[in-house]
Ligand binder design. Structure first.
Ligand code: ANZ
Length: 922
């Protein structure tokens, strides 16, 4: 019987489903292990071979940990709110819930065919109200909380209300908006409900505030910075402008320090840690006050280099700074207004990266230098960001490149404070404009000078030391339909929490903004909402990262309708022990879920404050794309060899109609209606050869390979092994199927070893010999040590070597095969279950025990004897070191190669030098 993988795989997938083989429960006295994949967004195009790479790795590891005796939680679900389903709904009018459901079904079918050991009874889906009611619940907890800087944790907002009514906010050390006024208990009590609510919003961890956003009128929504390219929307190329809008935000900045310090305990790649570190961007510095000339206000700047204060030439305000309007002199007003207007059109990224196009304008106002008492000009420049520090800088051209560029551009005289001339090279070029002036810096190192500067500044009450973070509060509002509704209603323009458990997404007629520019949910009439309170419901929905910030907790207790997760279950499963997924979420999902975990920990809802202990970032599988070259303005295509002779446009062509780079012309004409009558310029062999390139595997590049085809042709065990065999899991690697038949042959050879020529399963019950045990134990040792360091690809070659050795030894002995199959089972679970059953086992191989490695078999007891004929060495033979002369002679004479070299002659003499050589004289 040949290896009928299709039949075997179906049989076991059915059996696993029927017997609920992968069901896990927390009622276990085994040690737990939690292996998690970054759950997919079920897109309309289904899975390609790149998607399951990480899933296969985590599945192998989960199965391995089960064999090691752990109780393993290995769940899967869907991150199913998001833009593609909504776009599709806008185009076709189909409800996104419907397309999402269809896509999920398709994904599930594809996943099921790959033989994953997921406990599907724990499946979750973020767009299901049963799930998102708990996302809303977490939002409510965040709304009802503030951050206490004394205890360094989140606390109930009711504590704060209590405190305000007793003592105002004078002594409270809590995170709050910059513009929070000081007030007394008496003031608090005299305020209206609305005024009190407004104050509380300045403290809540989920809060509503005026935020500067990138508004795109045509798309009717706010865009993230990375959705804007060169000042226009990436999608559609529409203008984007800065606009102040009321938006929900999350006060993640309160957690900045804990998000930083927590990194040190995580077993994550250095590059991801580094990205989080930079994103959080902790800077120690000072805020310094500059009095304005003839004005009551003063300008507060943030600097990390207070030691350079004697080098201040001028101050620069960001265009959005609240003083710009107030202090600008009449004759400068038109210029300043125009400048402020123009800078609104630029994204923050453009403002910071365009070092060559320096822009700015003088306000005509002056500030007073706190030490020298001299006048310094106040400028406006968009390289200063409103949202960082205080939105104002003291410009020190001889210390800071951007200030230097600014000064040079506007011809401002540069002060040099570095007495010993060590200033930037450019400054040296222009010595005439340099005035030397320093007080702090004489003979001190930078850190000594800094320390001294801070002391003097604080003593003179000119400024205070301050830690600043680059991290911003996270905008949590989207003007979209297909996301979680907020559990919020408005009364008298103040937001309040909906008391019921869930606000469901109402049905609406169109998934577009209203004519007046309100979000799609504003289309819902009162009766369309399942609950309705106050004057109106919140029309924004939550961003994509809401549901994914806590999903790993829901898997622990997915059907609990009383709590988001019971404390007992989250205590049992604890942190994710192994998290597998791409590196693209480094500062999004991975930061937000750390933040929510810390928050839930503060309120004692869970007992750990970091979600993912160990993480592996999988490298992308790249696709090989093919191209055709269309001669501009024609429907004629020229072969790759000649394309440079013409002006052409390069177009992706579906790799499935290309064979070894040769285009199938017939299929090409059928592929798209516009190519029906296309003409071709062929190469000298009359062929059309396509260009090629390795790039990201993607539907839009027509270079995807579906796992379904491979499963159909070779089976999923082959697919699983092959994906691992491609190379180290963390590396980017191109997909090619050249080696796949080699992997498939490996499984066929295994099948062949265990079936006789009549196709009957046969194993021997003989005791294994030393040689066989040595091969097995070497393999046990290597498979385990490689897996423990997540080297999934090298395990495959180890198993292949072992099988080849067993075949050479003609070993089909039960004891050896049984252990080998257990080692293989995480990679090739179907064939392993089949053989396991044939070996007479009654329960699934996942309940087997990992074979124990025995060092004794690796101690080399054997000797490799060179065997020569008439003094000429012909081959080597491995023999037990304990054999005596007679036994050695017999082993050598019986050996097939000896018989071959004797060519039927009888040896005249056999010389055996024990432990050295054998020489046969013929
Ligand atoms: C004077 C100075 C002298 C500065 C010098 C640097 C070097 P990090 O380390 O990133 O925190 N800065 C402050 N607020 C800013 C804003 N809103 N937009 C743009 N730049 C801003 O950088 C802090 C430094 O960046 C501050 O220290 C300030 O320039 C500038 F030799 O002040 B420094």
């Amino acid at each position: 019987m040949s290896y009928k993988f299709n039949k075997i795989e179906k049989k076991w997938q059915d059996r696993w489903r029927q017997e609920k083989t992968f069901f896990v429960s927390e009622n276990s006295n085994k040690k737990k292990f939690y292996a998690l994949d970054m759950f997919p967004y079920p897109s309309g195009s289904g899975l390609h071979v790149g998607h399951p790479l990480g899933y296969i790795a985590s599945d192998i590891f989960s199965r391995y940990m089960r064999l090691k005796g752990y109780n393993v939680l290995h769940p899967m679900g869907y991150d199913s709110f998001g833009l593609p389903a909504e776009q599709y709904a806008i185009q076709t009018g189909q409800h996104p819930a419907l397309t999402t459901r269809q896509n999920i079904e398709r994904y599930r079918k594809q996943l099921d065919k790959i033989g994953f050991s997921y406990d599907w009874s724990r499946e979750i889906n973020t767009s299901n109200p049963e799930y998102y009611k708990w996302t809303q619940w977490i939002f409510k907890q965040l709304f009802n909380a503030y951050y206490c800087n004394d205890l360094n944790k989140a606390l109930p907002i009711s504590n704060l209300i209590n405190y305000f009514s007793k003592r105002g906010n004078d002594k409270i050390n809590a995170e709050c908006d910059k513009n929070t006024p000081k007030f007394s208990a008496k003031q608090w009590k005299n305020w209206s409900e609305k005024e009190q609510q407004n104050i509380l919003l300045k403290y809540r961890l989920a809060y509503l505030s005026n935020t500067t956003v990138n508004w795109c009128q045509e798309l009717g929504t706010v865009l993230a910075n990375d959705e804007i390219k060169d000042g226009v929307s990436e999608r559609g190329g529409f203008p984007v402008e800065k606009k102040i809008m009321k938006q929900w935000s999350m006060r993640i900045t309160a957690y900045a320090d804990r998000l930083l310090s927590g990194l040190s305990n995580l077993d994550w790649s250095d590059s991801i840690k580094e990205m989080q570190l930079n994103w959080i961007g902790k800077s120690k510095g000072v805020t310094i006050n500059f009095l304005l000339e003839n004005h009551n206000d003063n300008i507060e700047v943030f600097t990390t280099r207070p030691d350079t204060i004697f080098g201040v030439n001028f101050l620069v305000l960001s265009p959005e700074h609240h003083l710009v309007n107030k202090i600008t002199k009449i004759d400068q007003k038109d210029y300043v207004d125009e400048y402020v207007k123009l800078s609104k059109l630029k994204s923050e990224r453009d403002r910071q990266s365009n070092v060559n196009s320096i822009t700015g304008v003088n306000t005509g106002a002056y500030a007073i230098h706190p030490f020298t008492g001299k006048k310094v000009e106040v400028w406006v420049g968009d390289y200063v960001l409103a949202s960082y520090g205080t939105g104002a800088v003291m410009a020190v051209p001889c210390g800071d490149q951007r200030d230097w560029n600014f000064a040079k551009h506007f011809n401002i005289k540069i002060i040099n404070i570095f007495k010993n001339v060590d200033i930037s090279q450019k400054a040296n070029e222009d010595k005439n404009s340099i005035i030397t002036n320093s007080d702090f810096l004489d003979d001190l190192t930078v850190s000594e000078a800094l320390e001294k500067a801070i002391k003097i500044i604080e003593k003179n009450k000119i400024g205070v030391s301050k830690i600043n973070y680059r991290l911003r509060d996270a905008v949590f509002s989207r003007q979209r339909y297909w996301g979680e509704p907020f559990p919020i209603f408005y009364k008298n323009e103040s937001p309040y929490l909906v008391p019921d458990s869930c606000v469901q997404l109402p049905n609406i007629d169109k998934y577009l903004p209203t004519d007046t520019g309100e979000p799609p949910l504003a289309r819902a009439k009162k009766e369309d909402w399942n609950v309705f309170y106050g004057d109106k419901m919140e029309y924004d929905t939550m961003p994509g990262w809401a549901g994914s910030s806590w999903y790993f907790l829901r898997y622990m207790d997915p059907r609990n309708d009383k709590e988001f997760v019971s404390r007992k279950k989250s205590d049992y499963w604890g942190q994710v022990d192994l998290y597998v997924g791409g590196a693209e979420h480094a500062v999004g999902h991975l930061l937000y879920s750390r933040f929510w975990t810390k928050f839930l920990y503060d309120f004692n809802f869970i007992g750990f404050d970091e979600p993912f202990k160990k993480m592996i970032n999988i490298g992308m599988i790249l696709g090989r794309s093919n191209f055709v070259y269309r001669i501009k303005g024609t429907n004629k295509f020229v072969t790759y060899e000649k394309h440079k002779e013409y002006q052409t446009t390069r177009l992706h062509v579906d790799v499935s109609i290309v064979d070894k780079d040769e285009l199938n012309i017939k299929e090409f004409k059928k592929w798209r209606i516009e190519f029906k009558n296309s003409e071709f310029i062929f190469n000298k062999n009359g062929k059309y050869i396509c260009g090629s390139e390795v790039e990201k595997m993607s539907k839009s590049k027509f270079n995807t390979q579906s796992p379904d085809d491979i499963v159909q042709k070779f089976g999923s065990d082959t697919l699983r092994i092959y994906e691992m065999f491609l190379g180290p899991i963390e590396q980017f690697k191109p997909w090619n199927t050249n080696g796949i038949s080699g992997v498939h042959n490996f499984l066929k050879k295994l099948w062949g070893l265990l079936h006789n020529s009549d196709g009957i399963f046969t194993v021997s019950n003989q005791e294994p010999n030393f040689q066989e045990l040595k091969s097995l134990h070497k393999t046990i040792k290597k498979v385990c040590s490689e897996l423990e360091r997540y080297s999934f690809n090298t395990v495959v070659s180890t198993l292949m070597i072992c099988l080849n050795e067993l075949i050479d030894l003609k070993c089909n002995k039960r004891e050896i095969i049984q252990s080998f199959i257990i080692l293989l089972s995480p990679y090739a679970p179907h064939i392993s279950e089949e053989i396991w059953e044939k070996l007479g086992n009654k329960t699934s191989i996942i309940n087997a025990e990992l074979p124990k490695f025995n060092e004794q078999y690796l101690i080399d007891k054997n000797i490799l004897y060179p065997v020569s004929f008439n003094g000429k060495t012909r081959f080597k033979i491995e023999l037990d070191a304990d054999l005596n002369q007679k036994e050695i002679e017999k082993e050598v004479l019986d050996f097939p190669k000896t018989i071959k070299y004797l060519e039927g002659k009888v040896p005249k003499r056999i010389i055996v030098v024990p432990k050295k050589i054998v020489n046969i004289v013929v």
